[in-house]
Design a protein around this ligand. Structure first.
Ligand SMILES: *Cc1c(COP(=O)(O)O)cnc(C)c1O
Length: 442
């Protein structure tokens, strides 16, 4: 009887065999991509996780008839809870994480002619927000060990046109905030933390997003705190929040009584709805526990993966006291896997029942940025000389290499039992043991 049939049989006889030890694939087994038995048959935990709590909250907004923030109190309540959770003085909810960044840039008056320091290893929204206000993203190379902006390389990229530093806490890991804040202070530049992937992450025991002038969060469906689409800006400056409020409310201040049709400065409508806030408040009741599970699982996984030659989990700076693990990131070195390419390694992992991804391509090289630079508006603002200088200096060799080596697991894969982590590690060991055979077969 082959193993597949045996497993099917034991499932059917589950009642009888429930006390029998689970059949676990050993690292010596034949990889699934070569016809062996997959390490995992069950899917990883599904996302989002909800129950009657969410249903009640949504129904309550529905029945109230107060569906937007002007009418109801749920967005206000969410903002209070989130700033309390973060340890910030103020929070403004926005339509999504992209708009949290866009509002922040506008509130800071950042626009055409300005330069903003950013990492190239990030989600495209970080860059889109900068381009959208007409400013130039100036890329600082990555630290290949941590996957974060290499803070030691920031100062060399600061010019008289630099108006802000925008680190990203990528994957829920934390950028080197000590170095970044010291440079910001020395050069008198505001820091905007893109914490869209870093809910509850901490630097030296304090939440990320509270270090900069503003911290921006996303509650998009894939994020660790999710309401489909949503975002927030936290800050300690109430006046900054009021100006951000006006921008996100079509230039209109918070109404003290009745309607107010006086306008502060240019704006947009980027408000969160009461439905989304209701979801956030209920999802927040699970966030702490989920974060704890991810952290424990990730730490266990790291212990096992560091033992596998050719697998290098993303390091954390000593100041990172809590990683939010939106992604579990590691570098894959084919040199230790008999030359097996990353693409084939990922295929073999998927065959074992552990889907992984290769993550971002080098963002600084994406044609859409050059196309934007060559647009009519940008050409009017930035001289030929400035644009060619930007292109010349836009080199991030460490990041190029990182993008070719990176492999990601996602946060939902960290939400199951500890045994899931052991299976992930087993899948990698299996593949490594038969790497040359897999490589030949391709
Ligand atoms: C998700 C994300 C954003 C944008 O958030 P949305 O809610 O999708 O608009 C920005 N930056 C980073 C790093 C992100 O991961």
């Amino acid at each position: 009887m082959n193993r597949r049939k045996f497993l099917a049989g034991s499932a059917a006889a589950g009642a009888i065999l429930s006390t029998a030890p689970r059949v676990q694939a050993a690292a010596s087994d034949r990889p699934a991509i070569l016809g062996g038995t997959p390490v995992r048959r069950n899917p990883f935990p599904s996302w989002p996780i909800t129950d009657e709590q969410e249903e009640k909250a949504i129904l309550s907004v529905l029945r109230s008839g107060k569906w937007n923030r002007g009418m109801g109190q749920v967005v206000n309540r969410f903002e209070e809870s989130y700033s309390k959770l973060m340890g910030s003085h103020r929070c403004l909810a926005t339509a999504n994480g992209t708009s949290a960044l866009l509002v922040t840039l506008n509130t800071m008056g950042i626009g055409p002619g300005d330069e903003v320091i950013v990492p190239p290893y990030t989600f495209v929204a970080t860059i889109n927000a900068i381009l959208q206000v007409g400013a130039l993203p100036v890329f600082v190379d990555s630290d290949g060990e941590t996957f974060q902006i290499d803070a030691r390389k920031i100062e060399a990229k600061i010019t008289s046109r630099t108006v802000a530093i925008m680190p990203v806490h990528l994957g829920g890991n934390v950028a080197d905030l000590d170095t970044i804040m010291a440079i910001a202070k020395k050069r008198n530049l505001p820091v905007i933390e893109d914490a869209c992937q870093a809910h509850l992450a901490e630097w030296k025991g304090k939440k990320v997003g509270t270090y900069g002038k503003a911290g921006c969060f996303s509650f998009q469906a894939s994020k660790n705190l999710n309401c489909g689409e949503g975002g927030a800006i936290i800050t300690d400056d109430p006046e900054f929040t009021e100006r951000s409020y006006a921008f996100h409310n079509n230039s209109r201040r918070r109404a003290t009584a009745g309607y107010d049709f006086s306008y502060v400065a240019k704006g947009l409508n980027l408000r969160l709805t009461e439905f989304q806030a209701a979801l956030l408040l209920t999802q927040m009741t699970r966030l702490g526990k989920q974060a704890g599970t991810r952290e424990q699982n990730a730490q266990y996984l790291t212990q096992m993966l560091t033992e596998i030659p050719g697998i290098a989990p993303a390091r954390m700076y000593p100041g990172c006291t809590r990683n939010a693990y939106h992604l579990y990131m590691f570098r894959y070195d084919p040199g230790h896997f008999a030359g097996l390419t990353r693409a084939k390694f990922m295929e073999a992992m998927a065959a074992e029942g552990v889907p992984v991804s290769g993550g971002y391509a080098p963002l600084n090289k994406e044609p859409f940025i050059v196309n934007t630079m060559e647009s009519r508006g940008f050409k009017r603002v930035y001289s030929d000389r400035q644009r060619s200088q930007w292109a010349e200096q836009n080199q991030c060799p460490v990041n190029d290499k990182l993008c070719s080596e990176a492999v990601w697991l996602t946060q939902t894969q960290l939400l199951g039992p500890r045994s899931d982590m052991a299976e992930i590690a087993t899948a990698m060991r299996k593949i490594r043991n038969s790497a040359s055979e897999i490589a030949k077969g391709s």
